[in-house]
Design a protein around this ligand. Structure first.
Ligand code: HEM
Ligand code: HEM
Length: 185
C-alpha cells in the first residue's frame, strides 16, 4: 500500500490521518463533556486547556488532510452502489468537514471574544484578532455548546453507513479505510 490513494483504495497517509483524527475527536469530546460538569476552578480551566490543545492538534491534522485530499484521487464508490447512497455518502463526508471545522473555529473564538488567550498545553499562548464582547462571546459559546451535537450526529450516520456497507452490502468500503481491499478485486 502506497502513501497516496488509488482509484480503489485510500493510501496509508489518508488512513493514518483518518484514524488519528478519529481518536483525537473521541478524546476532545470526552474532555469537553467532562469539564462541562465540573465546578469552576483551576481543575476545570486545566481540562479546558487540554481540550483546546488537543483540538488545535486536530485542527492541524484536518488541514493537512483536506490539502492531501485535493492532491489525491479519491477512491470511487463501489460498482452497483445505488445513486442515492452515493449522494448520501458524499454529502456526509463534506458535512463532516464543515461541522468539524465549525467546531474547531467556534472554540477558540469563544475564548478570544471572552477576552482570553488560547493556550497550547500551557507551553505558549496566542490571541485572535477579534474584539472582546460579552454578547458576541455568548453567541459563540452557544454555537460551540450546540454544534458538537451536529458533529456527533453526522459521525454516527457515517459509522452506520460504514457498517452497512461492510455487513449488509458486503463491499470493500470499510476495508479500503482499514486493512486494505481484498486481493483480486
Ligand atoms: C472538533 C473540535 C471540538 C469539539 C468536538 C469540541 C467539543 C466540546 C464540547 C462537547 C464541549 C462541552 C459543551 C457543553 O458545555 O455543553 C466543549 C466546550 C468547550 N470547548 Fe470545545 N470542542 C472542540 C474544539 C475546541 C477548541 C479548538 C477550543 C479552543 C482552543 C475549544 C474550547 C472549548 C471551551 C473553552 C469550552 C467551554 C465552553 C463553555 O461552556 O464556556 N474547543 N467543546
Ligand atoms: C469508528 C469510526 C469510523 C469509521 C468506522 C469510519 C469509516 C470510514 C470509512 C470506511 C471510510 C471510507 C468511505 C469510502 O471509501 O467511501 C471513511 C471515510 C471518511 N471518514 Fe470515517 N470513519 C469513522 C470515523 C470518522 C470520524 C470521527 C470522522 C471525522 C473527522 C470521519 C471522517 C471521514 C471522512 C471525511 C471520510 C471521507 C474520506 C476523506 O475525505 O478522507 N470518520 N470513514
Amino acid at each position: 500500500m502506497g502513501l497516496k490513494n488509488t482509484s480503489s483504495e485510500f493510501g496509508s497517509m489518508a488512513k493514518w490521518l483518518h484514524w488519528l483524527i478519529t481518536i483525537g475527536l473521541v478524546v476532545i469530546f470526552y474532555i469537553g463533556l467532562e469539564q462541562a460538569g465540573m465546578e469552576r476552578g483551576p481543575e476545570k480551566s486545566e481540562m479546558r486547556v487540554i481540550h483546546g490543545s488537543i483540538a488545535l492538534l486536530v485542527f492541524v491534522l484536518m488541514t493537512v488532510r483536506l490539502i492531501w485530499r485535493f492532491m489525491n484521487e479519491v477512491p470511487g464508490h463501489p460498482d452497483g452502489m445505488p445513486a442515492l447512497q452515493r449522494v448520501a455518502a458524499t454529502l456526509v463526508h463534506w458535512a463532516i468537514y464543515v461541522a468539524v471545522f465549525a467546531q474547531l473555529i467556534s472554540g477558540p473564538v469563544t475564548i478570544a471574544t471572552g477576552g482570553g488567550a488560547i493556550s497550547f498545553f500551557g507551553l505558549f499562548s496566542f490571541s485572535l484578532p477579534v474584539e472582546e464582547s460579552e454578547e458576541v462571546h455568548h453567541f459563540w459559546e452557544e454555537v460551540h455548546e450546540f454544534s458538537w451535537k451536529i458533529v456527533a450526529a453526522i459521525v454516527v450516520l457515517h459509522i452506520l453507513g460504514a457498517l452497512y456497507n461492510h455487513f449488509v452490502a458486503k463491499n470493500d468500503v470499510l476495508r479500503r479505510m482499514t486493512t486494505g481491499v481484498k486481493q483480486g478485486n
